[in-house]
Design a protein around this ligand. Structure first.
Ligand SMILES: [Fe+2]
Ligand SMILES: [Fe+2]
Length: 166
């Protein structure tokens, strides 16, 4: 199944359907994320690809689908917003976590996935395999969305680390 066809995957949709009717999630479509996509499309890409990898590896697909969808749940344009508390890379996972907690109950794994998804730019090590999957898939999707051929390299990393092709 192609990663673009999440709508036809009823098993996946069942895991996120309660979130996909919420304005707080749908509003993400108003924000440009990377140059060619909005934040909702990006979040769905990350969520569904992470879910597919999790299925192959027998990981927690519910946590991957849900936290993948909520990992960038923030409502500002990161290109023209500055923070006193730190960089966008540091701040936005924490804002996303706070917004996600208002929306739904989160398991410790789901919280870890959201707050560690910028690993590399932030220092705290992901605690679960699922968190590693989402941080790598997020990199991959971001590069792919801007048409950067570097995404092949991230795909290689995912293959090396998890033995699955993306
Ligand atoms: Fe992010
Ligand atoms: Fe992201």
């Amino acid at each position: 199944m192609s990663e673009k066809n999440w709508q036809n995957d009823s098993e996946y949709v069942a895991l996120v359907s309660d979130l996909l009717v919420r304005d707080e999630v749908l509003r993400l479509a108003e924000f440009t994320q990377h140059y060619y996509s909005n934040r909702l499309e990006h979040s769905l890409h990350v969520s569904y690809r992470s879910y597919l990898i999790g299925k192959k590896l027998d990981l927690n697909t519910r946590a991957l689908a849900r936290a993948g969808l909520l990992h960038d749940l923030f409502y500002y344009d990161w290109r023209n917003t500055k923070f006193d508390m730190g960089t966008h890379a540091y701040v936005h996972p924490r804002i996303a976590l706070r917004n996600a907690e208002k929306l739904t109950d989160l398991t410790p794994m789901e919280k870890d996935i959201i707050v560690k998804h910028m690993f590399g730019a932030t220092k705290a090590l992901p605690r679960y395999k699922e968190s590693w999957v989402v941080t790598l898939v997020d990199d991959y999707c971001a590069l792919e969305e801007v048409g950067d051929p570097l995404y092949h390299r991230v795909a290689d990393k995912i293959k090396l680390r998890f033995g699955v092709s993306i």
